[in-house]
Write a new protein. Structure first.
Length: 285
């Protein structure tokens, strides 16, 4: 991608571990806290979450008129222009299938593989992403066609695997790490989401999903741990409102954790040379 310095994939082996919320808040932290130019690509074609998390869903005014901001097209390049987030988020722009389907919040994209690949190709080649310091890709769960297409067609600088502490999620995270290694994509680290529950009333910490899962994977698979995100009511409330917790609660422990992880990610990216622009290849043996 010309004009895009680094591309990173945020992935998980399974759904429900908070990957999209993590991708959004990391992207905002890179833009808002570190002052970078950041793009956010929602590669989950079947279940796009970015419109909800960035509050870009259709809304109805008092007169019953539906308002929906669709991406514009640059008349010179004929490329789709990503939707810019408010300036309070930093320099952040995003693209999602949800921006092209006004009813995506309630209707399913019942598509076969070729249609999904066509949509993904549009996001990769027909969106005006540049100039960017970092393009963050919110990957769908699993290790299937979309993951392989992204790793083959895009020169990824690295990947981040999101998990929760319990063994069921860790098993899928291991598969994600293995996939990225097979296609030659560096692992920037593991993020342990919902690492503990912190009571808003008394401040007591409880490990309701287990404890130390990311550290366990780190030792087993020789990967770094970027950090841990506690489970707090404020995260859920912010996500439902479409305002990243790092914006609504900038002084919270969760925001501090995201800022620390964003700084660690950018430090790794800054130390790298330019990634292989041809992307990795897969050989069947």
């Amino acid at each position: 991608m010309n004009g895009v310095k680094h591309i990173i994939a945020i992935a998980s082996g399974k759904g429900g571990v908070g990957k999209s919320t993590t991708a959004v808040n990391l992207a905002v932290s890179l833009a808002k806290t570190l002052g970078l130019q950041v793009g956010l690509m929602d590669a989950d074609i079947y279940g796009p979450s970015i419109p909800r998390l960035l509050n870009n869903l259709p809304h109805v005014d008092e007169e019953g008129t539906v308002h929906f901001e669709k991406p514009a097209v640059d008349p010179d390049t004929e490329k789709i222009l990503p939707i810019a987030s408010p300036s309070s988020y930093g320099s952040l722009k995003s693209m999602s299938m949800g921006y092209l389907m006004p009813d995506s919040a309630s209707q399913a994209a019942v598509w076969r593989g070729p249609m999904v690949m066509s949509a993904l190709d549009t996001f990769i080649n027909k969106v005006q992403w540049s100039p960017l310091d970092v393009l963050v890709i919110d990957m769908p769960p699993g290790t299937g066609d979309v993951q392989l297409t992204v790793t083959q067609k895009m020169a990824l600088s690295g990947s981040i695997v999101v998990t929760t502490p319990q063994e069921l999620a860790l098993s899928d995270a291991r598969r994600g790490i293995t996939m990225f290694r097979k296609v030659g994509v560096p692992i920037l680290g593991v993020i342990e989401n919902m690492s503990s529950f912190i009571c808003d009333g008394c401040g007591k910490e409880s490990f309701i999903f287990g404890h130390g899962g990311a550290q366990k994977i780190s030792k087993e698979m020789n990967v770094g741990v970027l950090g841990a995100i506690p489970l707090m009511v404020s995260v859920q409330e912010s996500a439902d409102k479409g305002v990243p917790v790092i914006v609504e609660h900038p002084d919270s422990p969760v925001a501090a954790a995201y800022n620390t992880m964003a700084a660690l990610v950018w430090r790794q990216l800054s130390s790298q040379g330019s990634p292989d622009r041809d992307g990795p290849s897969i050989r069947m043996q």
